[in-house]
Design a protein around this ligand. Structure first.
Ligand code: PH2
Ligand code: MG
Ligand code: MG
Length: 156
């Protein structure tokens, strides 16, 4: 079994419902080890768009990170996810942030996620459920949280 960190994001239609059913779906497809609170966050990058709801899940799976990523994409697609504008608004975004003892430079499956170290909407919920976690290549997430701007991210 490999423990993996998944970031959830949604900012269209009914974001709270999409985040909640995504947690249910993660629990069906994997072992859901921990789930964070939901956070409201101002959009980072992309076009003018609504605020996001974000959260983080820790899952356990016997499958490879790239197989897990495929399942995450299936869950996004069944939430009606459309891929038009990069960093544009979305019904559901599920990003694989990190996997225990695993790194990948495969452009289809970059692990750790190349922007996780600078994203408060990922690091704050992750630190809530695993304060001692380390992001490989970047160090303890508790230190990263201290080095970034966390304004605009609010725990609900
Ligand atoms: N996701 C993005 C781009 N910008 N901003 C916030 N606050 N939350 C997100 O999940 C998010 C974003 C691309 O995946
Ligand atoms: Mg994303
Ligand atoms: Mg994504």
């Amino acid at each position: 079994m490999t423990q993996m960190v998944v970031a959830l994001g949604a900012n269209l239609t009914e974001p709270a419902a999409f985040i909640s059913s995504a947690f249910d779906e993660l629990a069906l497809r994997f072992t859901l080890v921990k789930r964070s609170s939901v956070y409201r966050s101002r959009p980072v990058g992309g076009p003018d768009q609504p605020d996001y709801l974000n959260a983080v899940a820790i899952i356990d799976s016997p499958d490879s990170p790239s197989d897990v990523l495929r399942v995450l994409h299936e869950i996004e697609n069944s939430a009606g996810r459309e891929r038009t504008v990069r960093w544009g608004p979305r019904t559901l975004d599920l990003d694989l942030i990190a996997a225990e003892n695993f790194q990948s430079e495969d452009p289809e499956c970059l692990i750790p996620h190349p922007r996780a170290h600078e994203r408060a909407f990922v690091l704050l919920p992750w630190a809530e459920i695993d304060p001692d976690a380390e992001l490989s290549g970047y160090g303890p997430i508790a230190e990263l949280v201290k080095s970034i701007d966390v304004t605009g991210v609010e725990r609900l």
